[in-house]
Design a binder for this molecule. Structure first.
Ligand code: NAD
Length: 494
């Protein structure tokens, strides 16, 4: 009998009567379980439960909320391997990579534990005669997080930890492709002492998401996923008058300057381009070779692309696992085939490689395409697979123009020995997260993640920048001076 992955409502599993979707192990192509998709009643229940839990959670002193989060952090740490195994089973990434993902999620929870010191208003004394002005930060109520398949632990925690610490109740709608880790997170939160209804999980697709966004009791929406969906979520939530942040897709460039150590740059590009089978929003998918470095860089990348061990994520020998689904595998293979048919210089093509013993798994091996024309689909599109394209230019300015002209602006990196080139790049690259001599410039939790252009719509606060997103300020102007009396019809400085 197939196991059903339930929703998590009111602190317990909830199996709805509606449709089911299979949850598939990408390493084998075999169904592991089915996920229950919410019907209308389930959506109503989850929101009602989050609404009911809000006042008591909001009114709990922030240090008490932090105590729950500290216990939650300890439990996640204790269950790190188990969570990693769940990620690997449903997403496909290697166990080592999955452990890293959990560690990054823990960073967000640790940040949120600092709520008593981090969620503070401001105060100014004597802003007028006998007047003080101060601000306080208030949670919004019920907030909704819609998350992608590629980080089924890190991104839910990145949203939920700060949202909950700030006193909101949080409804998570994880990806239906790997929904299991979200339920385990909710179980651990309950074990940590989080009151029922503060963190709920509901499964579904477009209809469930739209019903939740439109629900009058949902105050704000955080979304991470692909750009077309991010844009539609942004428009829908804004139309409903909701606060919204919608992070989208990426095409991250890594610029290799003539003075960069080629081996280090090639290591960085292959780790960030092929790692997690290219399914990271901060994957490097474009290598920009500046000056004469193209031939040496391509030779070094080719050597590395050929050497990568592709296999099931739970095999310690595997360096990259499968991609998430048969549809993703076919889409990636199709883009590579179209580039090949259009005459691209395909240096390494392992896109259709079969892993012996795992013939039904969704594997795509590392693929390297040189001399790519920036008008080609393989350059323009977010491939979201282990495919790196190389573009050759003469100058740093040309590299910056490429980054500027691309529709996405998530991340960009430079490898160089020149402080001047690095500083110019850091100032001029039109991307929200910039790296200097690092391949994946994902900021640590005390900062935020960002994105420019079509990589984000609306607010960009996550992690430490999310305190503002998940609260509303109140400014109080108070006079305790009984000597000030008299009617004054003017509108004047205090
Ligand atoms: P996706 O857009 O297909 O799905 C994301 C979420 O939206 C899922 O929960 C899904 O169920 C839901 N969804 C799908 N279609 C919907 C619709 N029509 N209406 C409402 N909801 C819908 O993204 P994905 O394939 O799960 O994730 C990969 C994408 O996420 C990539 O584009 C990647 O770059 C992006 N991503 C971005 C960041 C970032 O920080 N910018 C981080 C991680 C992933």
């Amino acid at each position: 009998m197939t196991t059903t992955i339930p929703h998590w409502i009111e602190g317990r599993p909830h199996v709805s009567a509606g449709d089911r979707l299979p949850v598939v192990d990408p390493a084998t192509g075999q169904a592991l379980a089915a996920v229950a998709l919410a019907d209308e009643d389930t959506v109503k229940q989850v929101v009602a439960s989050a609404v009911a839990a809000f006042p008591a959670w909001r009114d709990l002193p922030s240090a008490r909320r932090a105590q729950v989060l500290y216990t939650f952090r300890d439990l996640i740490r204790r269950h790190q391997d188990e969570l990693a195994e769940l990620i690997t089973a449903q997403h496909g990434k290697t166990l080592d990579d999955a452990r890293g993902e959990v560690a990054r999620g823990l960073d967000s929870v640790e940040l949120a534990c600092g709520v008593p010191g981090l969620l503070k208003g401001e105060m100014s004394e004597q802003t007028g005669r006998g007047i003080d002005t101060f601000s306080t930060l208030h949670p919004l109520g019920v907030v909704l997080g819609i998350t992608p398949f590629n980080f089924p632990v890190m991104i839910p925690l990145m949203m939920a930890a700060v949202a909950i610490a700030a006193g909101n109740t949080f409804i998570l709608k994880p990806s239906e492709q790997d929904p299991g880790p979200a339920i385990r997170i909710a179980e651990l939160a309950k074990e940590a002492g989080l009151p029922d209804g503060v963190l709920s999980v509901i499964h579904g697709q477009q209809q469930v998401v739209e019903t939740l966004i439109d629900h009058p009791d949902v105050a704000a929406v955080s979304f991470v996923g692909s750009t077309p969906i991010a844009h539609s979520i942004y428009k829908r939530a804004a139309n409903a008058g909701k606060r919204v942040q919608a992070f989208g897709g990426a095409k991250n460039h890594l610029v290799v300057m003539p003075d960069a150590p080629i081996a280090a740059a090639a290591d960085a590009i292959s780790s960030a381009g092929f790692g997690a089978a290219g399914q990271r929003c901060m994957a490097i998918s474009v290598a920009v070779a500046v000056g004469g470095v193209g031939d040496d860089l391509v030779a070094a990348l080719s050597e590395r692309a050929k050497a990568v061990v592709v296999g099931p994520g739970n095999d310690p020998k595997s360096e990259i696992g499968p991609v998430v689904s048969a549809a993703a595998q076919q889409r990636i293979q199709g883009i590579v085939a179209a580039a090949t048919a259009a005459g691209a210089t395909v240096v390494v093509d392992r896109s259709t490689e079969v892993v012996p013993g795992f013939e039904n798994g969704f594997y795509v091996g590392p693929t390297l395409v040189d001399q790519v024309d920036p008008t080609a689909e393989i350059y323009q599109a977010e491939v979201f697979g282990p495919v790196v394209v190389v573009v050759r230019v003469d100058t740093l300015d040309e590299a910056l123009t490429l980054i500027h002209d691309h529709e996405y602006g998530n991340g960009a990196s430079i490898f160089t020995a020149s402080g001047g080139a690095a500083r110019k790049f850091q100032r001029e690259a039109s991307a929200g997260m910039v790296g200097v001599n690092v391949p994946i410039p994902v900021p640590v939790a005390p900062y935020s993640v960002a994105g420019w252009k079509n990589s984000v719509f609306g607010d960009t606060g996550l992690n430490n920048a999310a305190w503002r997103f998940y609260t509303q300020p109140k400014y109080v102007t108070a006079r305790w001076d009984e000597t000030v009396t008299g009617v004054d019809f003017g509108f004047r400085p205090n």
